[in-house]
Design a protein around this ligand. Structure first.
Ligand SMILES: Cc1cc2nc3c(=O)[nH]c(=O)nc-3n(C[C@H](O)[C@H](O)[C@H](O)COP(=O)(O)OP(=O)(O)OC[C@H]3O[C@@H](n4cnc5c(N)ncnc54)[C@H](O)[C@@H]3O)c2cc1C
Length: 291
């Protein structure tokens, strides 16, 4: 590993100043579960590593009724899935944070690092997209917000400039009468990278079960996470049934552009898009009491 300087600022201003002063050679450190290994094997380089965990804004984990959920970029997966409003209002976020790595990894790693690492296989990302997540970013030119969907620019590439930090992910209040779930496929029980993953979120009109909103986001089947828009369009405005969900799930691979690699072929990943979309949708129907 190449030597680097280390800073552990206590304020956001100091952290941004440290990032800006490193001529594009600084990297933020959250849990370090991606970064440390990447520095060790030379996939990333840094002359300065800036620990963001001691900055109060990065540790915010707060659900504000009527507004939404703030998840600071330094909050661990463990703290996210133990926070009761997450299970109550954003169940797919609980699903995904509970399956990252192992207990030890979950205690260190967080959603902020998973998002910034921008791996196509990042498990926490599809659920955040289905809930309309926003990235709140701070840099030397001040604050900006962007839809999380637009944050990913390619494998390992995100929309941040070299002096910017992701401060939090914000999820707006979920629609009324909604549920969401995330599933991935890996060949073993844990500690593996998703061959494919799918998050679904559906909302229905009470009484009629007419779908007022449907969101599906897929992992590991394109250079960035994608929305399965044809599936969403086939569900929105319709009365939800198991048959309709099955038909709509068949459309999910139309939004994917998977590759063949050691984990699976193009055809296998396309099939997983259908199966995982259907299964996560069916979990939502179960939660909503739709037979
Ligand atoms: C054994 C093991 C198992 C794993 N299993 C899974 C898995 O099942 N699913 C999965 O998706 N991932 C998995 N991972 C990958 C990793 O744990 C996750 O991506 C994790 O969420 C990263 O979070 P972190 O806090 O450790 O990020 P870090 O490693 O600290 O950071 C990741 C990247 O984001 C940047 N960064 C971090 N915070 C900020 C910020 N606030 N602003 C700007 N840039 C920032 C860093 O510079 C770095 O480039 C695994 C890793 C290991 C080692």
């Amino acid at each position: 590993m190449h030597p680097f300087d280390f800073a552990s600022p206590r304020t956001l201003n100091d952290a941004v100043a440290a990032m800006a002063g490193a001529n594009g050679q600084a990297r933020a450190l959250a849990g370090g579960s991606d970064l440390i290994d990447q520095l060790r094997v030379g996939r990333r380089t840094a002359s300065l590593v800036v620990d963001i965990k001691n900055i109060p804004e990065m540790q915010r984990l707060e659900y504000v009724p009527g507004e939404g959920l703030h998840i600071g970029a330094g909050v661990s997966c463990t703290n996210v899935y133990h926070y009761a409003p997450v299970a109550e209002h954003y169940p797919s976020v609980q699903d995904s944070t509970q399956l990252i790595g192992s207990i030890q990894i979950q205690n260190r790693a967080g959603i902020g690092g998973n998002v910034c690492n921008a791996a196509p296989s990042g498990d926490t990302i599809p659920p955040l997209i289905t809930y309309g997540g926003e990235a709140h970013i701070c840099g030397s030119n001040g604050w900006r917000k962007m839809p999380l969907e637009d944050f990913f620019k390619g494998p390992g590439q995100n929309a941040l400039t070299s002096d910017e930090l992701l401060v939090e992910i914000f999820l707006p209040e979920p629609p009324a009468n909604s549920s969401g779930h995330y599933q991935r496929f890996i060949p073993r029980e844990e500690m593996d990278i998703a061959v494919a993953g799918a998050a679904s979120m559906v909302a229905v009109e009470p009484g009629t079960n007419r779908c007022t909103q449907a969101r599906v986001s897929l992992a590991s089947v394109a250079p960035t996470p994608v929305r399965a828009r044809e599936t969403e369009a086939a569900l929105e405005g319709q009365v939800l049934t198991r048959d309709l969900v099955r038909q709509a799930s068949e459309l999910a691979p139309n939004s994917a552009s998977p590759i063949s690699d050691v984990r699976g072929t193009v055809e296998y990943r396309r099939q997983l898009c259908k199966v995982l979309t259907r299964r996560t949708m069916e979990q939502c129907l179960d939660d909503l009491g739709i037979a």
